[in-house]
Design a protein. Structure first.
Lengths: 230, 230
């Protein structure tokens, strides 16, 4: 089977990074589809955000369930981390976090893309802000791509347009693509709040990116939640 | 985290190959655990077989659900294959088959092993009889191992003791390990029948292996289903 070189699948969570990737892909490919993994997100609002953005961007969205993380994550704590309110206190990762999770997400995305005759996969992984996650690094993406090509006998290519960008550069990227408004519908807050809480690590990282970019966050504009102190 | 070098996790389906891998692992490692992926097998008897064998072998068994395949598989048919009774007629693969499925299974096994402090993974993939599956090949396993090591920052090693064995050699392997009787509880038949139908491709491949090995299949002995014509 010859893949369609004008098509791409975006691994799409409804957050700022994958929404920027969606805009990037739409500028580059004639046919763009999205896949969202429903792994039991604590905040279902993330899935609603993804659906809303896909509609606004005019792209198909396929939600694929994956209940493995809940099963692995629920029993995964090795005892050396405190757990508070379903979040590992030390890391602020949801307790459905599983080592190598992006490997699973991207393999599912590749399997879906294969079935659609698409070899180009786009993901928002980034090692600039999240260097603590080994499954977000460029070297991991290179190894994973080789594994997918071998295991599927298909010329899978993983595109990571945000890999070496700062959050501020990511804001500039989607702005320069003319799609900044899509960010008005993204969800970032770890606490699942709308308007966002503004104090969790995810909100702080997002706010810092917009501040350094010199751009107002369209989400806060939409919600009338712009705080001059941010 | 230093992994326990005396421990291994076996990716365990309850079939002949992974049961042989379990026996191989028990001869080699002091601590052996098994993980079974419940991906919505059409024949739930496979899961029952896996549980029964784990008890007989005296090893822990963890069942991890994965509902992604049903979602991907159910919509995956590209229209160029006929489907009969839930099986793709051309291939006899269950219609939950997804390209690169072993990549997912082994990544889940590695995530589980990581959480247990275990780096050694054992799988029954084999390129001798199944060379049509790219995700069963030695080259794929090498690439996947590199991907898992990068993505988990953990010295994952994938062991494939059956990779270059014929089915007859696999029968000899478990016999020589003194564990032939474990095969009396394995499930192979694609039609989910007990006693096995004897005519589906899986039954035929199994029967051919025992015939060439010059060994009676303990499953058929147990069930009183030995047929002199086989």
């Amino acid at each position: 089977m010859q893949p369609d070189p004008t098509a791409a699948v975006v691994l799409f969570s409804g957050g700022q990074d994958s929404t920027t990737c969606l805009a990037w892909a739409q500028a580059r490919y004639a046919r763009v589809e999205t896949i969202t993994i429903d792994y039991g997100q604590r905040h279902r609002i993330e899935l609603a955000a993804a659906a809303a953005i896909a509609v606004r961007a005019g792209v198909p969205q396929r939600v694929i369930p994956c209940d493995s993380f809940r099963a692995l994550g629920g029993n995964s704590l090795t005892g050396d981390e405190a757990v508070e309110g379903g979040v590992r206190a030390a890391t602020q990762l949801p307790n459905t976090f599983v080592p190598g999770r992006n490997l699973i997400f991207l393999t599912l995305a590749a399997a879906y893309a294969y079935q659609r005759g698409i070899s180009e996969i786009v993901t928002g992984v980034c090692q600039t802000d999240y260097s603590g996650y080994p499954d977000c690094r460029a070297s991991t993406m290179t190894a994973l791509q080789a594994s997918l090509r071998a295991g599927m006998e298909f010329p899978v290519t993983i595109h990571t347009p945000l890999m070496h960008l700062t959050k501020a550069q990511t804001v500039h990227l989607i702005r320069d693509l003319g799609q900044l408004e899509l960010l008005a519908w993204t969800h970032t807050c770890y606490n699942g709040q709308v308007p966002p809480c503004g104090t969790c690590p995810a909100c702080e990282l997002r706010a810092k990116g917009f501040r350094e970019a010199g751009v107002m966050d369209p989400l806060l504009v939409r919600l009338g939640a712009l705080d001059p102190r941010r």
